[in-house]
Design a protein around this ligand. Structure first.
Ligand code: B4P
Length: 195
């Protein structure tokens, strides 16, 4: 595969609905394989926490369950990828929660580098809602409430599901069921990625 033969960073896009467990599985991959992991959601929440004007805008959009401006996300990820690749060029870099729409995917692959892997976690709306409501008890996140969860599910269906079709049609999608317990999902993820 020409993608893996390249000398650029080995990027893995990680796509899944809200609460499908992307972050959870990425942390397990970090613990076992020492891969690098950047969550677009975490980077955005850090920007919000910094108290910047840009952060305040982001918080309002996230509380609505909508996608923030693509340029901000791509810029934050580019900085993270560049730094990681400069320090540890051999590491696989997981981009957790990215891309969320086709344009994010094409722009990133054109301007930064092609993804070596595209991983998706498939989960029912009911399971995702249950997990997020359970996380809401302790997370303090502006988007972990039933109204915003419903909106996030709609955003996923309309904006992100087409990204899955796009990569599936291109024969590049590794799809894993995310309905099981964390260990079973992890075993299937490792197998799917050939790790
Ligand atoms: P994210 O931060 O990506 O939020 P998420 O979808 O809730 O995360 P995840 O799927 O990682 O769930 P987790 O592992 O924690 O996005 C938040 C917002 O940021 C978006 O709505 C958007 O506004 C913005 N945003 C982010 N990226 C963007 C982009 N690229 N472009 C534009 N806007 C963007 O798991 C959830 C819960 O389930 C946890 O409590 C976990 O413990 C539990 N869990 C996980 N796996 C389980 C399992 N197998 N069984 C039981 N429980 C499980």
């Amino acid at each position: 595969d020409s993608r893996t033969a390249m000398s650029g960073p080995k990027i893995c896009f990680v796509i899944g609905g809200p609460g499908s467990g992307k972050g959870t599985q990425c942390e397990m991959l970090v613990a076992k394989y020492g891969v690098a992991h950047f969550s677009s959601g975490d980077l955005l929440r850090a920007e919000v926490a910094s108290g910047s004007d840009r952060g305040q805008q982001l918080s309002a959009t996230m509380a609505e369950g909508k996608l923030v401006s693509m340029d901000v996300v791509i810029q934050l990820l580019k900085e993270a990828v560049d730094k990681s690749f400069a320090e540890h060029p051999e590491k696989i870099i997981l981009l957790d929660g990215f891309p969320r729409e086709i344009e994010q995917a094409t722009k990133f692959e054109e301007k930064i580098c092609p993804a070596t892997y595209v991983l998706s976690f498939d989960c029912s709306n009911q399971t995702m809602t249950d997990r997020l409501l359970s996380r809401a008890k302790t997370s303090g996140r502006v988007d972990d409430n039933i109204e915003t969860i419903k909106k996030r599910l709609v955003t996923f269906e309309t904006a992100t599901a087409p990204v899955l079709d796009y990569y599936k049609n291109a024969g590049r999608l590794v799809s894993v069921s995310a309905e099981d317990d964390k260990q079973t999902i992890f075993a299937n993820t490792c197998k799917g990625l050939g790790l």
